[in-house]
Design a protein around this ligand. Structure first.
Ligand SMILES: Cc1cc2nc3c(=O)[nH]c(=O)nc-3n(C[C@H](O)[C@H](O)[C@H](O)COP(=O)(O)OP(=O)(O)OC[C@H]3O[C@@H](n4cnc5c(N)ncnc54)[C@H](O)[C@@H]3O)c2cc1C
Length: 319
């Protein structure tokens, strides 16, 4: 089938690749291409953060985890497996993904930063989006996928091109399909020079606020912020300082970060929704629309699982 995918972030590219793999002819239309998508701003680590519902997120996350582990061996993918220390302000139940990440264990007191009584260690993929999005685009082109930079204002434009359209427009779906549940959550991250630190450290809910350290192949991302309904992508210098302070609480190696160490500071808008919208909609007897958007803080984490489900939905609908 000829299928048109709207959006060239991680959702559109991964979906496009899985549809090519299933034997379809795929074009992508997108207002912005990498490196100018939200997906490029993500750190990114495999971490099911602020995406719902839990049961579907678990299934999609498992598929993607498996795929990222395989892709770490592709030299141009920008993916590496990294040890994680996730710290907790108080003891609580194990995270729900504890059973399927590698090497899950409770951290010893010596491993934990001061003022954190609890924490876990495990291993996850870190996806350097500055490399990975290019890798996806190159693979998509190499398999005869077509990418066109083009913004659309209505789905009618898309259906004039193809009877099957997949909507991977991220936050753009607010206008494109009038989705009032979809809204932004601003995130700011600081990219610094690599200092040899190799462990991911995450504090999702601690006394100092959201903080994470994500060493990638060539640099380190320090985060972060999560401001729901903030539409601005302006960098806030006060937040930069606060991020550096919070990361210094997590690991002493970051207590002396200077302006010279900072490569850049960027903000992006996570596409947050009460639940990821992944469903097929029969617009007319011969027009099929499949939605794949609203992945919140976990679009990379869920990408391969969601893309596989899009393929399944399309094949069920045309059989
Ligand atoms: C600071 C920050 C840190 C993050 N960290 C992580 C992380 O560690 N792990 C993780 O899994 N996730 C993380 N995320 C979340 C992740 O970035 C998003 O969930 C993901 O990028 C969503 O991908 P997407 O392809 O759906 O949307 P996008 O990347 O926004 O792509 C949408 C595409 O649709 C196009 N488009 C929109 N409207 C139209 C239109 N009308 N016509 C044509 N094209 C259109 C856009 O131009 C773009 O090409 C983070 C996000 C932020 C901001």
């Amino acid at each position: 089938m000829d299928i048109l995918v709207i959006g060239c972030g991680v959702s559109g590219l991964t979906t496009g690749l899985c549809l090519l793999e299933a034997g379809h002819r795929i074009s992508i239309w997108a207002k912005e291409l990498p490196p100018l998508t939200t997906s490029n701003i993500a750190a990114a680590m495999w971490f099911p953060y602020k995406a719902y519902p839990l049961e579907r997120v678990t299934a999609w996350g498992k598929v993607a985890l498996h795929q990222f582990k395989a892709l770490q061996f592709e030299s141009k993918s920008g993916i590496l497996m990294a040890p994680v220390l996730e710290v907790k302000p108080s003891p609580g139940p194990d995270p729900w993904w504890a059973t399927f990440v590698d090497d899950f264990h409770h951290a010893s007191q010596e491993e934990l930063p001061p003022s954190y009584p609890e924490g876990y260690g495990y291993e996850i993929p870190v996806i350097d989006t500055s490399v990975y999005l290019n890798y996806l685009m190159d693979t998509f082109h190499a398999r005869n996928g077509r990418i066109v930079q083009r913004a659309i204002t209505s789905l009618a434009e898309a259906f004039a091109q193809s009877a099957i359209v997949v909507n991977c427009s991220g936050l753009g779906a607010r206008e494109l399909v009038g989705d009032r549940d979809l809204h932004p959550a601003k995130g700011q991250v600081v990219r610094i020079k690599h200092n040899g630190f190799r462990r991911v450290v995450v504090d999702e809910e601690g006394p100092h606020g959201l903080a994470y350290i994500v060493p990638r192949t060539h640099d380190i991302i320090l985060g972060g912020t999560y401001e729901e309904h903030n539409e601005s992508v302006e960098v806030d210098p006060n937040e930069t300082e606060a991020i550096l302070r919070r990361c210094a609480h997590l690991a002493p190696a970051f207590s002396m970060v200077t302006n010279e160490d900072i490569l850049n500071v960027v903000c992006g808008l996570r596409p947050v929704r009460s639940s990821v919208r992944l469903e097929a909609e029969r617009i007319t007897p011969d027009r099929l629309l499949v939605h794949n958007y609203g992945h919140g803080g976990a679009g990379i984490t869920l990408s391969w699982g969601c893309a596989a489900e899009v393929v399944k939905l399309i094949e069920q609908s045309i059989s």
